[in-house]
Ligand binder design. Structure first.
Ligand code: ASP
Length: 314
C-alpha cells in the first residue's frame, strides 16, 4: 500500500532571488524536518492523523512560519492562533480559534476532537478547555520574533492588515499545513496559522474552518489550504475540491487545479493548497508566485520546493 505526506508553509509572492541563500536554506531545512517527522510515523505503520499532527507541530515550533511560535502580531500586539485537524476515516474533526499562549494549537484542535463532544472552540472558552486538558499557557515572549514585530510596526495603527511571506504588502500568506495517507489508506489533514498581521475585531480566517481551509474524507481527499482566508471561506475551498472528486469524478489533480486556478481566482482570492487521496497521490496547487511546500512518498519520490519554477510532483 502506498503511503505519502505533503506539507506547506504558506503561499505568496515568493520570487526567486528575493531571499538570501541562507534564508532559503533555513526554510528548506525546516520543511524537511517537518516532512521527515511526519513521514517516519507513516513508515513505522503509524496513522495519518499522527503524521499530520507531528508535521504541523514541527512547523509550529519553527519561528520562520506564521503559526505557533512564529505567529504574526494582531493590532493589539498579541498573537491569536487558529488551527484545525480532520480524520478522513471517521470524518471527525477538531478546531480552535482566537487562542493565545498555546505552544501547539494543532494539538489543542486534536484534543477538541478527541476529548470533547464538540468540533470548534474559540477564545477564552478554548483556553479554559486547554488548561483542563493539561496544555501549558506560555508567556507572550515565547512568540516574539523581531521580523514579525517589524512587519507589524509598518502597519500598526492603520486599518491595513497583511498576509505573510511577501514584499508586496497585499499578498503575503503564511499558514502551515499537512496532509497524509497512511499504510491503511486512511487520510488526514491539519492546518495552523497566526492569521494576518494587524488583524482585529476577532477576525478569523479559513484555517480553522472545516470545509474551508481544511477537510478530509477517505472517499475523496484530504486538503489543507493557505491564502486570502476570506475568499477561501466564501469558496468553501477544501470541501469544493472534495465535491468535484465525489460528484464530478475529477482526479485529485483536476479538482485542485479547477478550484485554485479558476474558482478561487474568479472570486478574487489567491493562495494555494496541498491534497492527498487514499491511493497516496498528491497534488500541490497554487496561483501565487510560490508556496513553501514539500512531499515524500513511499515509492521514493520526494521534493522540497519554494518557487513556481521548482519542479513539482514525481
Ligand atoms: N488563510 C490564512 C488566513 O486567512 C492566512 C494564510 O494562509 O496566510 O487566516
Amino acid at each position: 500500500m502506498n503511503y505519502s505526506i505533503a506539507i506547506h508553509g504558506g503561499a505568496g509572492t515568493l520570487v526567486k532571488g528575493m531571499m538570501t541563500p541562507e534564508k532559503e536554506k533555513a526554510y528548506k531545512e525546516a520543511l524537511k524536518e517537518a516532512l521527515d517527522s511526519g513521514y517516519s510515523i507513516l513508515k513505522n505503520g503509524g496513522s495519518a492523523m499522527d503524521a499530520v499532527e507531528a508535521a504541523v507541530i514541527s512547523l509550529e515550533n519553527c519561528h520562520l512560519f506564521n503559526a505557533g511560535r512564529g505567529s504574526v502580531f494582531t493590532s493589539a500586539g498579541t498573537h491569536e492562533m487558529d488551527s484545525s485537524i480532520m480524520d478522513g476515516k471517521t470524518r471527525k474533526a477538531g478546531a480552535v480559534s482566537l487562542i493565545t499562549g498555546i505552544k501547539n494549537p494543532v494539538r489543542l484542535a486534536r484534543d477538541v476532537m478527541e476529548r470533547s463532544e464538540h468540533v470548534f472552540m474559540a477564545g477564552e472558552g478554548a483556553l479554559e478547555f486547554a488548561k483542563l486538558n493539561g496544555h501549558e499557557i506560555l508567556p507572550s515572549d515565547y512568540f516574539y520574533d523581531e521580523f514579525r514585530y517589524q512587519q507589524w510596526q509598518e502597519i500598526k495603527g492603520s486599518d491595513a492588515f497583511q498576509l505573510d511571506h511577501s514584499k508586496k504588502k497585499d499578498s503575503k500568506f503564511g499558514t502551515v499545513g499537512a496532509v497524509a495517507c497512511d499504510q491503511n489508506g486512511n487520510i488526514a489533514a491539519a492546518t495552523s496559522t497566526g492569521g494576518m498581521t494587524n488583524k482585529k475585531f476577532g477576525r478569523v480566517g479559513d484555517s480553522p474552518m472545516i470545509g474551508a481551509g481544511n477537510y478530509a474524507n477517505n472517499e475523496t481527499c484530504a486538503v489543507s489550504c493557505t491564502g486570502s482566508g476570506e475568499f477561501f471561506i466564501r469558496g468553501v475551498v477544501a470541501y469544493d475540491v472534495s465535491c468535484l472528486i465525489e460528484h464530478k469524478g475529477y482526479s485529485l489533480e483536476q479538482a485542485t487545479e479547477e478550484v485554485i486556478q479558476h474558482r478561487v481566482l474568479e472570486l478574487g482570492g489567491d493562495g494555494g493548497l496541498i491534497a492527498v487521496n487514499s491511493k497516496g497521490e498528491i497534488a500541490l496547487s497554487f496561483n501565487t508566485e510560490g508556496m513553501y511546500r514539500g512531499f515524500k512518498k513511499s515509492d521514493g519520490a520526494e521534493n522540497i520546493m519554494i518557487y513556481r519554477e521548482d519542479s513539482s510532483i514525481s
